[in-house]
Ligand binder design. Structure first.
Ligand SMILES: Cc1cc2nc3c(=O)[nH]c(=O)nc-3n(C[C@H](O)[C@H](O)[C@H](O)COP(=O)(O)OP(=O)(O)OC[C@H]3O[C@@H](n4cnc5c(N)ncnc54)[C@H](O)[C@@H]3O)c2cc1C
Length: 329
């Protein structure tokens, strides 16, 4: 059920089998599996998932590409709630390891916030990442196109750029090689630094060898209509025509609440085993937060793995108790 303020005292008394932090593609999938294993489950989600921003879902078996992230999340949440899973709209601030249980402190309510503490045996971190975008004076101009034909994911949308004139917007020397990956789909690649950094001599030379023009003046604004970007105006006054773009400026990892834990990381991503378990035996990490591919199908599969492993462990620990109790009554 959707947890309201009135229900908080009752819900903070119980110990959930598992709490899932994040109700995006991965978290909802985990929640559905956990409930189908008849485990008590709470999903806590602050909203506006990365998948929420996805206008078209590509690469997902059986779903047409005009499926939007919003509709995927809506259907997923309805499915989870139909299995009697608990769902709370809130922001997880801190997780404390109490030995047998975790205590999870949540900010609930934007105004007159309260800070309930929930408890669980197992934790699934499914809080994802969010892409950094070019910072312009008028950010509405960026949001108009981001997620439409100003892409952030080459695995998702490289195919859409086939033979197009593509602007690659990079945030540092380290990510300039993204331009060569775009070159797999189209020979017409233009690289924009947005005036953020000095391009190294090696990168400059390599871009020249590939025939990829480099634009170092900051972007003034994106041009286009009806969510279709068709170029950029730079601060030096020049206009560059494009048919689509890719932003590669790094990501923010939503995992501050795990700061108390010394978990194994690779870059910003959590390292997990084949069942999505982190270096802590009772913490699992799924979806974009963990090392792997940032794809909906992977996040959903990770949710299945983590939930199944948690079920196996709880089942083994309880043995035949569930049935023994049933027979007695
Ligand atoms: C524009 C765009 C297009 C894309 N296109 C495709 C595509 O075509 N095909 C494809 O497979 N993939 C695509 N992706 C990638 C896909 O969206 C991600 O791989 C997927 O959403 C990852 O799911 P997740 O559950 O890990 O994270 P998310 O879906 O981002 O969910 C994480 C949730 O956790 C919440 N959260 C974060 N911190 C906290 C906290 N402290 N407390 C509570 N909640 C918190 C977030 O608000 C969010 O709701 C696209 C991504 C973008 C941005």
């Amino acid at each position: 059920m959707q947890i309201s303020k009135e229900l908080l005292p009752k819900k903070t008394e119980q110990i959930y089998d598992a709490i899932v932090i994040g109700g995006g593609a991965g978290g909802l999938s985990a929640g559905i599996y956990l409930k189908r294993y008849m485990l008590s489950t709470l999903i806590i989600d602050k909203g506006k998932a990365r998948s929420f921003w996805m206008q078209e879902l590509h690469n997902y078996l059986g779903l047409p590409s005009n499926t939007t992230g919003r509709s995927l999340l809506k259907t997923g949440k309805e499915h989870y709630l139909s299995l009697d899973g608990d769902f709370l709209n809130g922001f997880v601030e801190e997780v404390i390891d109490e030995g047998e249980t975790f205590a999870i402190r949540v900010k609930f309510g934007r105004q007159n916030s309260v800070y309930p503490v929930f408890r669980c045996k197992y934790l699934i971190a499914a809080s994802g990442i969010i892409d950094y975008l070019p910072q312009l004076e008028d950010m509405r101009n960026v949001y108009e196109f981001a997620g439409h034909n100003l892409h952030v994911c080459l695995i998702c949308d490289g195919y859409e750029m086939t033979d197009q004139v593509v602007g690659v917007f990079v945030g540092s020397n380290e990510v300039i090689p993204v331009a060569y990956s775009v070159g797999w789909f189209t020979p017409y690649v233009k690289v924009f630094t947005n005036g953020l950094f000095e391009v190294s001599p090696e990168n400059r030379q390599k871009l020249k060898e590939h025939g990829y023009p480099l634009f170092e003046s900051p972007v003034q604004k994106f041009l286009g209509d009806n969510h279709q970007m068709d170029g950029v105006e730079l601060e030096d006054g020049s206009v560059v025509e494009l048919q689509s773009g890719v932003v590669s400026m790094g990501s923010k990892y939503h995992a501050n609440y795990l700061e108390n834990f010394d978990l194994e990381h690779q870059g910003g991503n959590l390292v997990t085993d084949k069942m999505a378990r982190t270096s802590h035996p009772r913490i699992f990490a799924i979806g974009d937060l963990k090392v792997g591919l940032n794809q909906v199908i992977i996040a959903a599969a990770d949710g299945a793995l983590a939930a199944t492993q948690i079920w196996r462990e709880i089942r083994r620990e309880k043995g035949a108790q569930r049935w023994a109790e049933g027979i007695k009554s």
